[in-house]
Design a protein around this ligand. Structure first.
Ligand SMILES: NC(=O)c1ccc[n+]([C@@H]2O[C@H](COP(=O)([O-])OP(=O)(O)OC[C@H]3O[C@@H](n4cnc5c(N)ncnc54)[C@H](O)[C@@H]3O)[C@@H](O)[C@H]2O)c1
Length: 357
């Protein structure tokens, strides 16, 4: 392997993936992206394509021969491709579960066959309803019924983590797992109702900010560039092999306070409007009161520190909502589900209440 390993990034046209691709290309290495553009967008890679050294392959991680070929042609793999967002997961639960388990198994098997290191994207949804905090990588999983789509997403990601660990233990697979907490920033599709872009849009329009539940539930938001910096720092560390890391912010804020801060940041006359979970999501909706990561392990190994705080994130979000930053229209892809849903798994949903990430 050269100083600039060739990376295969599955899901590289997505939100986090495209920022990772930018970072890897900036370091000088060639990158291959495998993406089916189900939720990703080609526009996300516009800058990367200009830079050169990027190969985009339109295809699925379920395509075993294709995955095998691409993994064989690359030095390292970062597996981010997944079915995310409550709409996709609720409307196409079997397809989503299959992509999130079989797709990952396909990538892991190819990485094992070719002796490649693989970094797997997991999620804070792993911890389920565990509202104690801060959550360490060894904190308990507290889940509801597997018939609830949210917990099936969490379970699929847990299956991925277990597969990686068992391949590592039994066959010597070189693997690292990263659990992303709420991630925000440019290129995040507004379609999924993620709370910050949604509040910012409501504040800019002078509409009420809709807060689900009591609003006392708290979350932490990390800018995507800090997420990618953490990820890249782990890619550079051989000691990260065989380990799992939380990647998130520890700047905790209640959703009610978040709404007030965004109203102030936008200098808006908006009010806050509370909606019960039942009205928002129907009966039986489950959510956690807190979701706060303990990132001691990541910081101790890499020295990583976030460079942007919540204030920076909110200023950007309000500017975005005002159209002061370039907006990226989604690529029209046949078969992509309608957009506009307000709740979901992994950053994309959840709005003011449930931040399933
Ligand atoms: N954004 C967050 O806050 C967050 C939090 C926790 C975990 N994650 C995880 O991070 C990863 C990236 O998420 P994201 O927020 O960038 O979402 P995203 O939807 O923007 O990215 C996922 C990408 O995977 C692609 N994809 C989906 N199915 C595919 C398939 N079968 N074959 C090939 N490509 C496929 C999509 O087109 C998309 O580009 C996911 O694994 C997700 O579970 C994200």
């Amino acid at each position: 392997m050269t100083d600039h390993p060739k990376y295969l990034v599955t899901g590289g046209a997505g939100f986090i993936g495209s920022h990772l691709v930018d970072a890897l290309l900036a370091r000088g290495g060639p990158v291959v992206v495998l993406d089916d553009l189900s939720t990703g967008r080609l526009q996300n890679l516009a800058g990367a394509r200009e830079r050169g050294n990027l190969q985009f392959v339109h295809g699925s991680v379920l395509d075993e021969p294709l995955v095998d070929k691409l993994v064989g042609e690359c030095d390292r793999v970062v597996h981010l491709a997944a079915a995310v967002g409550v709409k996709l997961i609720v409307e196409q639960p079997l397809r989503s579960f299959t992509i999130n388990t079989k797709g990952t198994e396909t990538v892991i098997e190819a990485a094992y066959r070719h002796g490649r290191h693989v970094t797997l994207a997991s999620t804070s949804e792993i911890y389920g309803k565990n509202s104690s905090g801060p959550l360490t990588e060894m904190s308990d999983r507290v889940l509801g019924s597997p018939s609830v789509p949210r917990w099936s997403y969490s379970t699929a990601k847990a299956v991925d983590e277990i597969l990686a660990e068992l391949y590592r233990r039994e066959y010597g697979l070189r693997a690292t797992v990263v659990r992303f907490f709420n991630t925000v920033g440019p290129r995040q599709s507004p379609a999924y109702g993620m709370v910050i872009p949604r509040f910012a849009r409501q504040a800019v329009l002078g509409e009420p900010l809709t807060v689900y539940g009591t609003g006392r539930q708290s979350r932490c938001f990390l800018h995507v560039t800090d997420v990618v910096a953490a990820l890249v720092s782990l890619l550079d560390r051989p000691e990260a092999e065989g380990e799992t890391f939380n990647i998130g912010s520890d700047e905790e804020i209640s959703i009610l306070d978040l709404a007030e801060r965004i109203i102030a940041c936008a200098n808006s006359t908006s009010t806050v409007h509370r909606v019960s979970y039942t009205d928002a999501y129907g009966p039986g909706f489950e959510d956690m009161e807190r979701r706060v990561p303990d990132t001691t392990k990541l910081r101790a190994l890499t020295g990583w520190q976030p460079r942007r705080d919540l204030g920076d994130i909110l200023v950007d979000a309000v500017a975005d909502a005002r159209g002061e930053a370039p907006q990226q229209a989604p690529v029209a892809v046949p078969g992509r589900p309608d957009e506009g849903h307000a709740g979901g798994a992994d950053g994309r949903a959840v709005a003011a209440g449930p931040c399933p990430v």
